[in-house]
Write a protein of this length. Structure first.
Lengths: 375, 107
């Protein structure tokens, strides 16, 4: 063996390695900054060593100057798993992991409710009073036509959110993520959004952001070290039943609003306000307000709301963007007032939830520091 | 047990190895099919260490770089044997059925 073996001196090795650092090593170390500090302190040197030993020489006989994409992806995946830790992880990582997992769960509950609103609306629109609607006015297609089938499917596929929630609470996060991704994408494939220029594209992107965040939280938060607890069937059904019941109830409210609007029996400003509280950003606003009240109420109690508050803050950010995306310089009067009020409620809720979450993080850090001193 | 975890444990059966040594041995064992990236390798090692299947053996500095060696624990050897027997049983059953199918028994 031609290599010289030296006694263990980790810090010496670190200094030596950094002294003659190649561009490749420098860049690889830059990517390693994705990892939490505690993990880097423990593993960085041996990871760099393993990486450089395995680095392939470039085509021209020189070392490659950049880590390959798959190497970076493997570090990024490891960083995500460590930063969104499961049981047994450092407290801060665990708290962030729990926050993202609860964001996924709460997001699924919300979108299950929305899916049921759409499904209830589909039944009301296409089944019961379809004949009562003026032909061609509502753009619902002729009965039995491909257009009708496409539109009905577009309204029913959001029920896949419920399938996602069911899969998650039964301990199957991959099935849940697949169902949620399908619930997000399929309706837009069946009924493409009317995009005419960058402005409408941005508005559409803002409107889908809350659902995208839910799918991302679902995909990232649950991993091999943090599987969801599989609930017994009865508890899982109870958890599923709540958003389904609320969603169906809301679909009736929307149905009544629709009938009232068609009849023209109520003043337009009142109807406009009502519609803005039952659209998706409006319902997100009410849901996050309720979550904020709950977190504030239990803040001093035994049940610590830290991860739930952070989850709410994660969900509030895209909800603000979604509501803001519906505003334009023409949004004035009642519409402007309600939209501004909802934005204010979302911002206050988001900030309150964020502060509660950050306090929980600090408390975790302080507890860790005290634990370290005690040791 | 995932395939990378199985191969990492197998790579440590004969002797303790360091990170790159494990990655090389896994590639050799899998006939070049499994090429563990460093982030993936250390993710697998973390999980195996948390389960008590591997542990740090020693550290060396070679050409100014740290090498930390890992060794298989008795618990890890037991888990690997259990998994190997399970996989071998499955493979044996599959081969038996395929032979029956070729002979027309299950056609």
């Amino acid at each position: 063996m031609s290599e010289r073996s030296e006694p263990v001196d980790r810090h010496g090795a670190s200094r030596e390695a950094r002294g003659g650092m190649s561009v490749l090593e420098e860049r690889y170390r830059w990517w390693l900054r994705l990892l939490p500090a505690y993990y880097r302190a423990e593993r960085e040197e041996e990871m760099v060593s393993a990486f450089l030993e395995g680095a392939q020489p470039g085509g021209a006989g020189h070392d490659d100057q950049r880590p390959r994409f798959l190497e970076i992806a493997s570090v990024a995946a490891l960083a995500l798993r460590l930063r969104l830790g499961g049981p047994g992880s450092p407290p801060r990582s665990y708290l962030w992991g729990e926050a993202v997992r609860r964001a996924a769960l709460l997001g699924l509950v919300f979108w299950t409710m929305i899916g049921c609103v759409f499904a209830g609306q589909a039944v009301l629109t296409y089944a019961i009073p379809a004949d009562a609607l003026p032909g061609g006015v509502m753009g619902i297609g002729d009965p039995g036509s491909p257009d009708r089938v496409r539109l009905v499917l577009a309204d029913l596929t959001p029920l896949l959110w419920a399938a996602g929630l069911g899969a998650l609470v039964r301990g199957r996060p991959r099935v849940a993520a697949a169902a949620a991704a399908a619930a997000l994408v399929v309706p837009h494939v069946l009924v493409p959004p009317p995009l005419s220029g960058w402005e409408s594209a941005v508005r559409w992107a803002c409107s889908v952001l809350p659902a995208v965040i839910t799918v991302l939280a679902l995909a990232l938060g649950f991993h091999r070290d943090a599987p969801p607890p599989g609930l017994p069937v009865r508890r899982a059904l109870r958890l599923l039943a709540l958003p389904v019941a609320v969603g169906l109830l809301l679909s009736l409210v929307v149905g009544v609003l629709g009938a009232t609007t068609r009849a023209g029996t109520a003043p337009a400003p009142v109807l406009m306000q009502a519609w803005m509280w039952v659209d998706i950003p409006g319902l997100a606003c009410l849901s996050l307000l309720a979550l904020t009240v709950w977190c504030v109420a239990v803040g001093g109690a035994v049940r610590r709301p830290g991860p739930t508050a952070l989850a709410g803050a994660i969900l509030a950010a895209p909800a603000v963007v979604a509501r803001a995306g519906t505003l334009s310089p023409d949004t004035t009067g009642v519409t402007g007032f309600v939209a501004t009020l909802q934005l204010a409620v979302l911002l206050v809720s988001g900030i309150t939830l964020f502060v509660i979450g950050i306090r929980a993080l600090r408390a975790t850090d302080d507890a860790g520091a005290l634990g370290g001193q005690a040791r | 047990m995932t395939e990378p975890a199985f191969l990492v444990l197998t790579a440590l059966v004969d002797e303790p190895r360091h990170g790159y040594g494990i990655a090389q041995e896994v590639e050799r064992l899998s006939g070049g099919r499994v090429q563990l990236k460093v982030g993936t390798l250390y993710g697998v090692l973390d999980r195996l260490a948390a389960d008590g299947f591997v542990e740090a053996d020693r550290e060396e500095v070679r050409q100014g770089r740290l090498r930390r060696y890992y060794r298989l624990t008795d618990e890890g050897a037991g888990a690997l044997e259990e998994e190997a027997v399970r996989l071998a049983d499955n493979a044996r059953r599959a081969v038996e059925r395929l032979r029956l199918r070729q002979a027309g028994g299950l056609a």
